[in-house]
Design a binder for this molecule. Structure first.
Ligand code: GUN
Ligand code: ZN
Length: 442
């Protein structure tokens, strides 16, 4: 078949609505024996095998994934590729963890060759986990951004990334200045934003490491082009929140620091948002900015329990996606991220329905990023970024799958027991980008 074209047979699982707003059973759209036809990287048909097969182009082979689920590729709304080598760093909470492990690790990304090596491994691992789009922090070094986008362009993945801005409260080897951060970001925007499938995110690390001047220059960059993204951290840890209150005594809340600078807008993605109040959530709802829920990170650092069901409440739903937040997070797999999101919801006395979890990992993440007209669902006209999920990847999962009497329950076993072993294949822009074989080691 021509590159970017394919025909895939399997159990299609996708969404026709938001399962936090309508009953999950109604939001799920599935085709137990389905066929997805892809041409030039786009889905041209998706429906029952028996009726869709009539549209199969002559000579096109059908790849048989019966027994597996065909899902949109996962969307990771918050992750740091340079922190891959320091995943699982022992024993600290956020601020000490940054000082002791994160900043020394990020220093190495002054070396463009090292950045390329890690970017390549990061993207390969991401695809092995079924994730096809991510909002990615690079480091303060512009070459870390060039390395990342160069590798993403090579793979054809749709990625969002940007240079970290830090002009205070960081080691001198990782500091820019407000002006230099602005100018370097502008050059990177001109080089990468909108090129092939790459998107730029203006990336002030978080309020403590940027002066008000730097936050304002970040907003000035965003004012140039409404399709630019913005990503930062918000109210992750109680000591951090107290520090922000000291640094910005005039602001009503942590979110208000960003709001006063002009950073609360559509395509803004705030990592964490654990310690936010009703006024903050209303402001997020009305502005179109999003929160990235990062449960493996929040549990690993002992940051706190994100109030997912409050944040997504139908009274004023806030756009929400899942983030792995590597290297504070402990897995690049969104199946593992859903697993821990379920447990965090239980600690709040709630249930995360499997349809809600898979929605957050796909269509919800795409909605959070304002990319839901392009990615996040299996539908005609959407980008062919797909993952093929095997619910019987291990003997234990095969055993448990026998007891499933609904697709929702099968999804639940995948999110609680699954990981990269569950990803049979990943398609990027209609091309096979990862395939699991019996000896796959990533
Ligand atoms: N807050 C500021 N920087 C970071 C980071 O790198 N990781 C996490 N989890 N929180 C942060
Ligand atoms: Zn983070």
């Amino acid at each position: 078949p021509p590159p970017g074209s394919a025909a895939l047979r399997g159990h299609i699982v996708t969404f026709s609505g938001n399962p936090f707003l309508i009953p999950p059973e109604e939001a799920l759209r599935e085709e137990p024996d389905g066929l997805v036809l892809i041409r030039d990287g786009r889905i041209t048909h998706a429906g029952p095998y028996d009726s869709t097969i009539a549209h199969l182009p002559e000579g096109m082979p059908v790849t048989d994934y019966r027994g597996c689920l065909i899902s949109a590729g996962f969307v990771d709304t918050h992750v740091h590729y340079p922190q891959l080598p320091m995943i699982a760093a022992y024993g600290e909470q956020l601020l000490e963890w940054l000082e002791r492990y994160t900043f020394p690790t990020e220093r190495h990304f002054a070396d463009a060759g090292y950045a390329t090596t890690i970017a390549r491994q990061f993207l390969r691992t991401l695809l092995a986990c079924g994730t096809t789009t991510a909002a990615v922090y690079c480091t303060v070094h512009p070459q870390s951004v060039d390395a990342f986008f160069t590798e993403s362009t090579r793979l054809g993945t749709r990625m969002i990334a940007g240079k970290v801005l830090m002009d205070r409260n960081a080691p001198d080897y990782l500091r820019d200045t407000a002006q230099r951060g602005h100018d370097e970001s502008l050059r990177l925007i001109e080089r990468w934003h909108g090129r092939d499938r790459q998107h730029y995110a203006v990336t002030p690390r978080f309020a403590p490491t940027s002066t008000p001047e730097q936050l304002e220059l970040a907003a000035a960059l965003l004012g140039r082009d409404e399709t630019l993204f913005m990503q930062t951290h918000l109210a992750e840890n109680q000591a951090e929140v107290a520090w922000v209150a000291e640094l910005f005594p005039d602001s009503r809340s942590y979110l208000d620091v960003y709001d006063r600078a002009g950073l609360v807008r559509p395509r803004s993605v705030m990592g964490h948002g654990i310690y936010v109040d009703e006024t903050d959530l209303r402001r997020c709802h009305e502005s179109g900015c999003a929160l990235a829920h990062c449960p493996t990170s929040n549990l690993f650092l002992g940051s706190g329990a994100f109030r997912l069901h409050d944040v997504t409440s139908p009274s004023r739903p806030v756009r929400t996606g899942l983030g792995t937040d590597i290297g504070a997070g402990t897995s690049l797999s969104h199946l593992q991220t859903m697993n821990e999101a379920y447990k965090v919801a239980r600690m709040n006395g709630n249930r995360l329905h499997p349809v809600q979890a898979f929605w957050l990992a796909t269509a919800g993440g795409a909605h959070a990023l304002h990319l839901d007209d392009t990615i996040g669902t299996v539908g005609v006209g959407m980008d062919a970024d797909l993952c093929i999920l095997d619910p019987r990847a291990t003997p234990l999962q095969a055993l448990r799958a026998e007891t499933c009497d609904s697709t929702a329950d099968l999804l639940f076993t995948l999110m609680m027991l699954g990981d990269d072993r569950s990803i049979r294949a990943t398609y990027v822009n209609g091309r096979l980008a990862h395939e699991r074989t019996p000896d796959t080691i990533i």
